[in-house]
Design a protein. Structure first.
Lengths: 273, 273
C-alpha cells in the first residue's frame, strides 16, 4: 500500500462536475475514494448518488457538510438541527462514517463569541444520539481564524478537540485541514492528543496573496507555504489511517480541465508525506 | 481619571500626517499620548521628533516597530539586529519604554515554521541587554494567523507570552492588539497569565469583507465584530494601566480628514470598555 491508495478527491476541488462526473474522474485516475458535498448529492438524489459511487467501487471518505448552528432565531436553530439530522442520514446512506461540520460564526446581531461556542456545543449534544444511531461521526472542523466572525468560531484544532472531548468518541471527533491549522504553534501537540478523534485529514496549501474572496485562496500541495510532511507524520503517529482528502477551493483550479486537476492532485499528493 | 485619559493615537491611523501634524492633531483633540512609527520619525529626525512631542506635552506610548528577524542570509540577519538596536535607542530618545516587534514570517526559501520561531528567539536574546541598557521593553506582537507566512509566525497571544517568558520581564513583554487576537478561545486565560508582561494594548475592530490588501481591513471600534469590553476588562485585571492605542490601517480612514478621524477615535474609544 502506498500513500496514493489513501488519496481521496474532495469533489469541491472539481466543483463544476456533478457527482457522476467526479466519480468518473476518480475512476479514470485511479483515485479510490471521494469526499462528497450535500448540494451536488441532492441534485442527483442521495440514493442515486450512493449507487453511482458504489458502482464505481469508490469509498466515500466524508460528506460535507453539516454545522451552521449559530442562530439568534429559535426557528432557525430548530431548522439547523433538523438539517443536520438529515445530513447524518445522508452520510450513512452514502456509506461514509464522517460528516464534516462547519459550526458557524457569531450569532447574528451578537458579538458574544462565547455564546456562539455554547450554541455549537448544545447543538452537537443534540445530534450525538442521531450520529450514534447511524454509525456516523461528526467531525468538528477548526476553520482559519480569518473566518471566525462569519463562518466558524472554532478556530484551532485544540479548540475543536476540547469541544469533541465532551462527547463520546464514536459520535464526535475533529477534522484536521492543513489550510486552516498549519500556523499554530501548538499543532504538533494538539494532533498528538487527537488520537482516536481524527475523523478526517484534508490537505491543501496556503498561497499568497489572498484572493478577493478569502475562501478561494487554497492551492495544490506544493504551491504555497505549508510544510506538510511533519503534519502528516503527526497525524499518522496519532493513529489516523483513513483516507486523506485533497480539497481545494480556487477559481483557477475550478477553471482548469478536471483531468488536469486530477493529474496534478495525484502528482502532488506524495509531496505531503 | 477617565478611560479617555489613557487614549493614545497610533500615528498609523492618520498615516498621511507627519509627526508634527499627528502631534498637533492629538493636542487639538485632547489626546494625551501618541504611538509613533520609525519612518515618519526618521523623516523629521529623531531628536526633532522627540522635541515636537515634548513641546506638545504628549506621552509616547510606543514606537513601531522592530522585528523582521527571519532571514536566510546571515548578512541580512546581522543588519536586522543592528536595525533593532537602533530602534531601541530611538525609542529611548523619544521617551517611550515600548518597542513593538513584528517578528517576521517564514524564512525566505523555507517552509520550516519552527526554524523561523527559533530565529526570532535568538534575535530577541541578542537584543535583551540592549533593551535593558536603554530602559526599553520589547513588545512581541502576535499577528493574526493570516499573516503567518509573510509577516509574523507568532500568531497567538499565548505564543508571544511563552516566548517572552524566556526573557527578563524588564526587557521583553507582549503587545495585545484586539484585531489580531480576538478570535482565540484561550484569550481570557492568556491575558490573565500575561500579568506584568503587557507592554502595549491596542484596539481596533475586525470588519468584513477583508479588503484586497488584508493588512488594511481594520475598522474603528464599533464598526465590526469584536466584543471589546471583556478583552479590555481582562487586560485591566492583568494589571495593565498604561496607554491604550487606537491603531487603524484602512484606506478609507486614511482618506478621511484627520480631524474627523480623531473625533471618531475619541468618540468610539469608550465603547471599548
Amino acid at each position: 500500500m502506498t500513500v496514493l491508495d489513501r488519496l481521496s478527491l474532495n469533489q469541491a476541488t472539481v466543483k463544476r462536475l456533478g457527482v457522476p462526473g467526479a466519480v468518473d474522474l476518480c475512476a479514470r485516475h485511479g483515485i479510490a475514494a471521494i469526499g462528497l458535498w450535500r448540494e451536488p448529492v441532492a441534485e442527483l438524489g442521495v440514493k442515486e448518488a450512493a449507487a453511482v459511487v458504489r458502482a464505481a467501487g469508490l469509498r466515500v471518505s466524508s460528506l460535507c457538510r453539516g454545522g451552521f448552528f449559530t442562530h439568534a432565531d429559535p426557528a432557525a436553530r430548530t431548522a439547523a438541527i433538523a438539517d443536520n439530522k438529515a445530513a447524518i442520514a445522508e452520510a450513512a446512506e452514502l456509506g461514509t462514517g464522517a460528516l464534516v461540520l462547519v459550526s458557524g460564526g457569531l450569532v447574528p446581531g451578537s458579538r458574544d463569541i462565547g455564546l456562539a461556542r455554547r450554541m455549537i456545543a448544545d447543538a452537537i449534544a443534540e445530534l450525538v444520539p442521531v450520529a450514534q444511531a447511524h454509525g456516523v461521526r461528526l467531525g468538528i472542523e477548526a476553520l482559519h481564524p480569518m473566518f471566525a466572525a462569519d463562518r466558524c468560531v472554532i478556530t484551532r484544532l485544540g479548540e475543536a478537540l476540547d469541544l469533541a472531548a465532551g462527547f463520546p468518541g464514536d459520535a464526535v471527533g475533529v477534522v484536521a485541514d492543513t489550510y486552516h491549522i498549519w500556523w499554530d504553534a501548538a499543532l504538533a501537540s494538539d494532533i498528538a492528543r487527537a488520537r482516536g478523534r481524527i475523523v478526517s485529514y484534508q490537505v491543501c496549501d496556503w498561497t499568497l496573496p489572498l484572493p478577493a474572496d478569502p475562501l478561494l485562496g487554497r492551492g495544490h500541495v506544493g504551491d504555497g507555504y505549508i510544510d506538510f510532511p511533519p503534519i502528516s507524520a503527526a497525524v499518522a503517529a496519532a493513529g489516523y489511517a483513513g483516507d486523506i482528502e485533497v480539497e481545494i477551493f480556487n477559481e483557477t483550479v475550478w477553471g482548469a480541465p478536471p483531468d488536469e486537476t486530477a493529474a496534478t492532485v495525484t502528482k502532488r499528493f506524495p509531496l505531503a508525506f
